[in-house]
Ligand binder design. Structure first.
Ligand SMILES: Nc1ncnc2c1ncn2[C@@H]1O[C@H](COP(=O)(O)OP(=O)(O)OP(=O)(O)O)[C@@H](O)[C@H]1O
Length: 252
């Protein structure tokens, strides 16, 4: 088991008048190599969950294990190091730095880890080849398209060879053609063994995952597995499950 989440609870402003329970009893796990999508309506707790898994925020209860390590028990210095080595991030707005070239953006996580210049070449070449970025390396983020920016962001997420990639609405700012391109790359890296956890509003995006978790009112309401279904079949099942999740229906 790569990731194990046990009874996660998050109460914002705990013990205050305006306390709000954003996550109430979230438990799930993910195997190495799985591609899990997380869906749920606005305010259901998706970002809260992702922030906790990203180690940017602490829960008020529960446990998170990554490779059998309880990430919530780490001290701050260990936490920063663990995040850099084990996790990769892809955000909706890419978060590329405009003052750095594509190449330097991709290398940033390794530079922050303190890796020596001569050790950067091999990992750079690996991700550049996987994502077809050879011709873009000397360009700046404002000189490339949205899809190219998102591919750069994936390369940056992959370069430290993370155990888990966390993606927050990665197609949110892309048109449908570019979204498909991004999802195609996600599928490729997943087929190569990369574990991915992706929050999305889009059934189309979720349909490239192996499994979709539906969150409602801070709890996991339902999950669907793709199995042997075609992407189209899986997408229609995701849409049905989404309707039930939104409509407050009961599931068997
Ligand atoms: N820092 C915070 N302080 C207090 N309440 C918060 C905070 N962040 C989120 N919340 C509340 O927690 C609940 C869950 O929010 P969250 O952002 O996790 O939902 P979401 O599913 O990601 O929504 P969206 O799809 O709109 O991004 C919401 O009711 C939200 O208002």
């Amino acid at each position: 088991m790569l990731l194990k989440v046990n009874h996660l609870e998050k109460i914002y402003n705990k013990n205050k008048e305006n306390a709000l329970m954003a996550l109430r009893d979230i438990s799930f796990s993910a195997n190495q190599g799985e591609f899990v999508a997380i869906m749920g309506e606005s305010g259901s707790g998706k970002s809260t969950l992702l922030n906790i898994l990203s180690m940017l925020d602490d829960p008020t209860g529960g446990e998170v294990f990554l490779e059998d390590k309880n990430i919530l028990s780490l001290k701050d210095a260990e936490k920063a190091d663990f995040r850099r080595r084990k996790l990769g991030y892809v955000f909706q707005n890419f978060n590329l730095l405009d003052q750095l070239t594509v190449k330097d953006n991709i290398l940033l996580p390794l530079v922050l880890q303190g890796m020596k210049a001569q050790d950067l070449k091999a990992p750079l070449e690996g991700v550049v080849e996987r994502l077809g970025l050879e011709k873009l390396l000397t360009k700046y983020p404002y000189q490339i398209s949205g899809g190219q920016g998102q591919r750069t962001a994936i390369a940056r997420a992959l370069i430290s060879n993370p155990k888990l990639i966390l993606a927050d609405e990665p197609t949110g700012a892309l048109d449908s053609k570019t979204s498909e391109e991004l999802l195609h790359y996600f599928s490729i890296i997943n087929n190569q063994g990369q574990t991915i956890l992706m929050v999305t509003h889009s059934a189309k995006a979720a349909s490239v995952a192996n499994r979709v978790l539906f969150i409602k009112d801070g709890k996991i309401f339902h999950q669907v597995y793709r199995g042997q279904e075609s992407r189209q079949e899986f997408m229609s099942r995701i849409n049905q499950a989404m309707t039930l999740t939104l409509g407050g229906g009961h599931l068997d």
